[in-house]
Design a protein around this ligand. Structure first.
Ligand code: ZN
Length: 359
């Protein structure tokens, strides 16, 4: 069976392009009734970003707490707030300003405005039945590729699983990429999040589920990541723009990941670790499965003066190691993408525990 692949409808790229957001939105406001819902990362609570946005009196701004990654509870909570505000109507547009957590929250809330039930009902593939409201992504952090991907990742604590709402309806309709917005990101966070796109792409092209378009996007994205992370200043104006484009392409290329993301999901579930840094810890102990990429990643970290805290799983008890294993090994598609159907013979409970102990 061939898949009918969807891409983001429109995108605008360029330094300072945020000033054109009002034009994009006014076209929409002329044809569709209803207020706009703005999701902003809580890092922007000082109001400086909001003052530059085309917010009108009837609109609402919601600050998304990204201390923890989105959970089924947090998504349900933001959905309830938006529904209360809309009072039965649908929004003219939903807009998200932030990194993957804020963008994914917006995507998932969008799905729940037009589909009954709760966040947990839609974790999986092709479960969303009705189209979501029109959505615009404005990333302020590059790397997760949420701006172009067809998933909104949510942690489900009750089921101990990190799983996305994978659907064409989850995708944004418009993306605006303005590299000025990533100028003030802390260096560590910039690296940990940015390198996520490198990981999506190498996991994709070293897997067995492939296609030529995805390979082309992934290869170009990897090339840009090398230029950025092996340069002397990963945060120069030019490099911030390159990383935004790498993330944009990486989001489209991230059909199937490999072994990094499952181990990373384990860390997010059990240790509440953020996705980017969790990926870095995961790759740091996968030198046998991704030898070349492991070496190159280490060089990138050294070049940018980034270090990983050691001993993150020190002192965990057996039940916690079991939870780490369970939340990792459950990701059958990505694991078999790299290791084949017998992945459990390589990644035994003991083998995986030893990797976590080495982090
Ligand atoms: Zn990722």
């Amino acid at each position: 069976m061939y898949r009918n692949a969807k891409n983001v409808g429109y995108y605008m790229i360029g330094k300072g392009s945020l000033v054109q957001l009002g034009d994009l939105l006014s076209v929409r406001r002329k044809t569709v009734q209803g207020p706009c819902v703005f999701f902003l990362d809580h890092a922007f609570k000082d109001g400086k970003l909001a003052s530059k946005l085309p917010v009108e009196d009837n609109d609402i701004i919601l600050y998304v707490d990204t201390t923890e990654e989105p959970t089924t509870e947090s998504v349900d909570m933001y959905t309830a707030r938006v529904k209360e505000f809309l009072n039965g109507a649908l929004p003219c547009a939903m807009l998200a300003f932030g990194g993957g957590s804020t963008l994914d929250t917006c995507k998932c809330v969008g799905n729940l405005l037009t589909n009954p039930g709760q966040a947990q009902d839609y974790q999986g593939w092709e479960l969303v039945q009705n189209p979501a409201p029109y959505k615009i992504a404005v990333p302020t952090l590059s790397g997760t590729g949420s701006e172009t991907s067809r998933t909104g990742i949510v942690c489900n604590e009750a089921k101990n699983i990190k799983l996305g709402m994978n659907s064409d309806f989850t995708m944004f309709d418009q993306v605006l990429l303005d590299p000025d917005l990533t100028a003030s990101v802390p260096r560590d966070q910039y690296f940990y999040t940015g390198i996520d796109t490198y990981m999506h792409c190498f996991e994709s092209i070293t897997g067995s589920y492939r296609n030529v378009v995805v390979d082309a996007l992934a290869e170009k994205s990897i090339e840009l990541c090398r230029e950025v992370f092996l340069s002397s200043d990963m945060m120069s104006d030019e490099n911030r723009e390159k990383l935004m484009i790498a993330s944009f392409m990486g989001g489209m290329a991230a059909g199937f990941v490999g072994v990094v993301h499952p181990l990373s999901a384990g860390l997010s579930m059990v240790l509440h670790m953020h996705h980017g840094v969790a990926n870095c810890h995961a790759l740091s102990v996968l030198e046998d499965i991704y030898p070349e990429q492991h070496k190159e990643f280490m060089r990138m970290m050294e070049r940018q003066g980034i270090t990983l805290r050691r001993g993150i799983c020190k002192g965990l008890n057996d039940a916690q190691f079991d939870a780490l294993y369970d939340a990792s090994i459950v990701h059958e598609k990505p694991l078999s993408n790299r290791l084949g159907p017998d992945y459990k013979k390589i990644l035994t409970r003991e083998n995986v525990r030893q990797r976590f102990e080495r982090m």
